[in-house]
Write a protein that binds this ligand. Structure first.
Ligand code: FES
Length: 128
């Protein structure tokens, strides 16, 4: 089963979904993993409180890029408010494999960027 998830992560990193930038996003945020300098940017277009479009760009290891790709798939069409509910555990569950403590920051970079972008927009409190 872990092989299946591993394959899925490799596939997302080689052929990322929703990769690119949105020309006129309602919010955008970019951040890096301080340990390695790898970056992820996420742009979001909101319509009636719903994530109408979401794209990510950046560069980094397979786990950071795959998790950002999976996150955009997960959130497209969902309510913006649902970003607040997303936890680190949700993201790690989505990846489906055991992530070593050293790679957790890679796996959570996209989520950190998405939450930072959303909280900046609506002034929600930051979770750390
Ligand atoms: Fe840089 Fe994973 S090694 S984000």
């Amino acid at each position: 089963m872990a092989d299946l998830y591993r394959e899925q992560i490799l596939d997302h990193s080689r052929n990322p979904h929703n990769f690119g930038e949105i020309e006129d996003p309602d919010f955008t945020y970019e951040d890096s993993n301080p340990l390695c300098g790898d970056r992820v940017r996420i742009d979001v277009k909101v319509e009636d409180g719903v994530i109408a479009d979401i794209k990510f760009s950046g560069r980094g290891c397979a786990i950071s890029q795959a998790s950002a790709s999976m996150l955009t798939d997960m959130m497209k069409g969902r309510k913006v408010d649902e970003i607040r509910e997303l936890t680190a555990e949700d993201m790690l569950d989505e990846l489906g494999i055991q992530i070593s403590p050293a790679r957790v920051k890679c796996a959570l970079l996209g989520l950190k960027v998405l939450k930072s972008g959303a909280y900046g927009l609506t002034d929600w409190p930051h979770e750390r």
